[in-house]
Design a protein around this ligand. Structure first.
Ligand SMILES: [Zn+2]
Length: 430
């Protein structure tokens, strides 16, 4: 089967291409990239002027909730949400029930992903058994089963000794540790950023340094061990400064930022709706200086990846008082509109940098085959209409959960089609 993507603008940073190129897909791979390619029996996908053709987007931080919490999301509904959001691959965190600390769980997730046949799914294994922070999980067996990184995400690795051992073992296996940075003694029972808005609303605060203290500790351990450390969902300006300094010293440290942390601030705690549980996430929405620091990091290269931290929760779980609601929001289907509207159209970054953050760098950090439209690479491709306006409708999301603070927002930047292994797995209805 042959497919020709004809027209539009190709943005392929990994191969230094940006311009009017057609892409011929054959047997699930990129067969040719060139100008004015002949159809030659291929099915033709007409890419309209102004649309961009990019290497498939990769979200390196999602929660698919299966096994154990299928009322929030399943591998099938999560990957349906992923491809509707332009993602051809996702890395899923191990805080399922049971925790993914065993090849049996990794196998199950991979089997469910193959059955769904939508986005590629790369499991992230737990650092410790049950993510309890006591005993290291069987990292080698998990790597062999298909895990691409290790993390106790949802919880920090509390002791420096366990983090040291994890970095040492992961480094021998050639994979990174993804670090959920949080000093739990400083976080306490906080529910929102420790600042003016939380104080005004009577919410207990979580200071930015509850994050950055652990970022600094784990950078020190990465430098001690030579292991690769990836800081998840960076939200505090102090954390970003630590990563920037570490990179300048040549440490093997990378980091990601979630769209809500470069779009929203803790002002959303009070308006338009006070105590809206859809603005409760961990790490919390921080103050304007933190949000601005995230944007600066996205612009200057300190930030490697944009990852959504897609965290589905059932409506009933979020329909409680702010203190009792679970942390997290869904993010897969709002990411591209937010990136294009708030970063690209706002003149902060160009389309090329956006694709580095959403595809090239996640592939590099996790050692995945994607992030490139080189001839011979898997035909994982996303087509985006940067100028098309979309209005987010929570009820219409493909995700099983609808917990988004962006309901009703109109944004410029839409996913037109998502192609995985040469198959069109998502196409926007006209
Ligand atoms: Zn986390």
């Amino acid at each position: 089967m042959k497919l020709l993507l004809k027209g539009g603008r190709l943005v392929d940073p990994a191969n230094g291409r940006d311009g009017a190129f057609d892409v011929l897909v054959e047997d699930g791979r990129i067969a040719r990239v060139g100008r004015d390619l002949p159809a030659d029996g291929a099915e033709v996908f007409a890419v309209k002027p102004g649309w961009i053709v990019v290497p498939g987007l990769i979200d390196m931080h999602v929660h698919l909730r299966e096994p154990g919490q299928e009322h929030k999301e399943t591998v099938a509904t999560g990957t349906a949400s992923a491809v509707a959001g332009g993602f051809t691959a996702v890395a899923c965190m191990p805080n399922t029930d049971p925790v993914n600390d065993h090849p049996g769980v990794t196998d199950l997730i991979l089997k469910k992903a193959a059955e769904a046949g939508l986005a590629r799914v790369y499991p992230v294994g737990a650092v410790s058994m049950g993510s309890r922070g006591e005993q290291l999980a069987e990292l080698a067996a998990q790597r062999d089963a298909g895990c691409v990184a290790f993390s106790d995400d949802g919880r920090p690795v509390a002791t420096a000794l366990l983090m040291r051992r994890a970095l040492e073992y992961a480094s021998m296996l050639g994979v990174p540790i993804i670090d959920h940075c949080e000093d739990q003694t400083l976080k306490g029972d906080g529910v929102a950023h420790d600042g003016f808005h939380a104080a005004r609303l009577g919410l207990r605060g979580i200071p930015g340094v509850a994050e950055s203290i652990m970022v600094e500790r784990d950078i020190a351990l990465a430098e001690l061990t030579g292991g690769a450390l990836h800081v998840a969902h960076t939200s505090a300006r102090q954390s970003l400064r630590a990563v920037r300094d570490a990179k300048a010293r040549g440490a093997k440290v990378t980091c990601e930022v979630a769209p809500h942390h470069f779009v929203l601030t803790d002002e959303a705690l009070g308006e338009p709706i006070a105590y809206d549980t859809n603005v409760k996430m961990n790490p919390p929405l921080r103050e304007a200086a933190d949000r601005d620091a995230m944007i600066e990091g996205l612009v200057d290269g300190t930030v490697d990846a944009i990852a959504t931290d897609h965290a589905p929760h059932h409506a009933d779980e979020k329909l409680v008082e702010f203190d009792r609601a679970p942390f997290g929001i869904v993010g897969l289907e709002t990411c591209v509109p937010l990136v294009f509207d708030r970063l690209v159209h706002a003149g902060r970054i160009g389309a090329r940098r956006a694709i580095e953050l959403l595809s090239v760098n996640p592939a590099r950090v996790l050692g995945l085959p994607g992030g490139t439209l080189a001839e011979g690479a898997p035909a994982d491709i996303t087509i985006i209409a940067p100028d098309m306006s979309v209005t987010v409708r929570a009820a219409a999301l493909r995700s099983k959960s609808k917990n988004t603070p962006f309901d009703g927002w109109t944004l410029k930047g839409a996913v037109v089609a998502t192609i995985v292994g040469g198959n069109v797995v998502y196409a926007r209805e006209r």
